[in-house]
Ligand binder design. Structure first.
Ligand code: M6R
Length: 607
């Protein structure tokens, strides 16, 4: 996620902007920049990399002025580079932006047809062009120019506009991306997150979707997009700076679990074609006619996403899919070559084993598509095409929102391949898309069930071992539940296909063994139920993840966590959430270092 800071008042703005951006560093970024009004003109300094680079640059290009905006960019559209860094300046207009402009392609073409030239690959530059066009067309008020521009924009944004024509003010607006205004005395602030401005004021206005704010040193005026005045309340923020970084959550992992509905929405944004009932994946150009088989390579949690992806692609597009642990792939002389599509899944895009697998497959002539969260990281760079998840930076070592957004990327690939090769009818695709679009709300419902999971964590948190069982598309979720629990709580846990239990792990079951069973309604449900009777007969403690309305499961399970109904092929996006929360609360109960568990690194760059 990118970071925004803006200042208007009597003080020098650059130190305030840099200090604010530094407070947002924890969110991750790959370039940074500031724009400051100086004697009738705005000057911009940007650079790739860390804030230290920007500060160094600012010792060479000195900016002075008391109205300014700053930004740290986490690349989503366009590589991390100085030209793609914000602020984007067009004519006299400078813009910083968080979020995704969904209709950026259409707008870019429309603006280019009027003779406008673009200097970056970003969607943000479009906003600067639109506002500039309004001002050039004679709109006198900067607020009006921004409102008019935003009426053409679809998507998510938190943005701040600075214009040479109105040197005493900032205009800010937001839809579906956070933005907070800091109310000072004779000065005002804006930021994408509280920590950036908390040292200056605790009086804050949380902008609502569709609101536009105009900030001068003396006043803040807020309207809706139609220009009607609004007066959202000023609230006093009592958090300390660490609490503010975590948005009030105790750990980043918990924050990231709760961010999943937003992350999934962002990953879907602009990628659904409602008329043809297809996925819009122009960035990767997939043609099922040229694909003999698909091989998914990944490690850890990303491997579990790949295993779910196999079910999705085989079900929707009927193309055979193999899943390989990237760490094993190249050592087994894999049968891979021209006509094969290798999909590498990696949050960081830097995992050494996955990168090595990509190179091996490429050398043997396969086409490589990567699914990654970090734009322009090594794995996408080594691939023929990349589909980026828009989870935003994941700070907790235990992967959560990266995983669910990888599932969305795989679901979109499955949908697109199925539509292109005709294996998925329009009606079935429509239903699938409806289900996809409902996921964020359903995921939020599941994530909001903290209390029962906290109770379970206390009840079972002292167990020595856990068993996780699931079947079919939820078998990888059993593996993921076990991985999450062991990596952050240090409790030994195993994930198994429920059908395999009787072939070994059943020997472990006694009254001390909690068995977490993923049992949503759908194919395999009856089989899972019969596996549960085997657990029950050996006095194992059953914690079931089941579908709301299930009348049967309560008679056999000791504990039941309910999820909303959804299509089986998408059920992993819901069933995984209680498992993430269970692991989190067990780890918290045990007092481990949840965000940085022992012996683990966020990005494993050694083989
Ligand atoms: O960055 P990647 O997705 O390639 O990372 C792969 C694994 O190292 C990662 O998923 C790891 O298993 C997580 N810590 C699990 O939570």
């Amino acid at each position: 996620m990118c970071g925004i800071v803006g200042y208007v008042g009597p003080r020098e703005s650059v130190p305030i902007l840099i200090e604010g951006l530094r407070k947002l560093e924890y969110r991750g970024y790959d370039s940074a920049g500031v724009a400051v009004h100086e004697k009738g003109e705005t000057r911009v300094v940007r650079c790739q990399g860390k804030l230290a680079n920007l500060e160094k640059q600012l010792t060479v290009t000195k900016l002075t002025g008391s109205v300014g905006i700053g930004h740290t960019r986490w690349a989503t559209h366009g590589r991390p580079s100085e030209t793609n860094a914000h602020p984007h300046r067009v004519g006299g207009v400078s813009v910083v932006h968080n979020g995704i402009i969904e209709n950026h392609m259409i707008l870019r073409q429309r603006l280019m047809a009027t003779g406008r030239k673009f200097s970056s690959e970003t969607d943000t530059e479009i906003v600067a062009h639109l506002v500039d066009a309004e001002l050039k067309a004679g709109v006198k008020d900067l607020g009006d120019a921004v409102r008019n521009a935003l009426k053409q924009v679809e998507g998510a944004y938190a943005l701040v506009v600075l214009s040479d024509s109105h040197p005493d003010r900032l205009v800010c607006a937001k839809v579906a991306s956070p933005m907070v205004l800091g109310v000072g005395e004779g000065e005002n602030f804006v930021a994408s997150d509280i920590p950036a401005i908390l040292s200056h004021t605790r009086n804050m206005i949380f902008l609502e979707d569709g609101q536009v704010a105009e900030l001068t040193a003396q006043r803040i005026a807020i309207t809706d997009l139609a220009g009607r005045p609004m007066s959202p309340p000023v609230k006093s923020v009592v958090w300390n700076s660490t609490q503010a970084e975590k948005n009030g959550f105790k750990h980043f992992m918990l924050k990231e679990i709760h961010e999943q509905p937003r992350a999934v929405t962002d990953t879907l944004r602009g990628r659904i074609e409602l008329e043809q009932h297809d996925a819009l994946l122009d960035e990767v150009q997939l043609d099922p006619a040229t694909i003999k088989k698909i091989i998914i390579v990944a490690c850890g949690t990303s491997n579990h996403a790949g295993m779910v992806g196999k079910f999705m692609i085989e079900q929707l597009a009927r193309i055979p899919v193999e899943c390989d642990l990237a760490s094993e792939f190249r050592y087994r002389d894999p049968i891979v070559g021209p006509g094969d599509l290798v999909i590498a899944v990696s949050q960081s895009g830097e995992t050494a084993d996955t990168l090595a697998a990509v190179k091996e497959a490429k050398a043997k002539g396969a086409r490589i598509l990567s699914i990654a969260n970090v734009v322009d990281s090594s794995i996408p760079r080594a691939s023929d095409g990349a589909l980026y998840t828009h989870a935003g930076p994941e700070i907790g070592v235990a992967s959560t929102k990266a995983f669910t957004t990888q599932l969305i990327a795989l679901a979109l690939i499955a949908l697109h391949l199925g539509r292109k090769n005709g294996k998925l009818s329009k009606e079935a695709a429509k239903q699938f898309i409806d289900e996809l679009l409902q996921l964020p709300i359903k995921m939020k419902e599941v994530a909001d069930q903290a209390a029962p999971l906290q109770v379970l964590a206390r009840r079972y948190g002292n167990a020595r071992d856990f068993l996780f069982l699931g079947r079919g598309i939820n078998h990888p979720i059993a593996l993921e539940g076990a991985l999450k629990l062991k990596e952050i709580s240090y409790i030994h846990a195993e994930g198994y296909s429920a059908g395999e239990m009787k072939h070994g792990p059943i020997a472990l079951i006694d009254e001390h063994m909690p068995v977490v069973v993923i049992a949503p309604k759908g194919p395999g449900y009856e089989k899972v139920m019969s596996n549960l009777t085997e657990v029950k007969a050996r006095e194992g403690k059953i914690i079931a993840i089941a579908t709301r309305g299930d009348q049967e499961i309560g008679s056999i399970a000791d504990e039941v966590i309910l999820i909303p109904e959804c299509a089986s092929v998408l059920s992993p996006l819901l069933t995984v959430v209680p498992l993430q929360l269970l692991s989190y609360y067990v780890a918290d109960f045990k007092g481990t270092d949840v965000d940085q568990p022992r012996n683990l690194a966020k990005s494993v760059t050694v083989e």
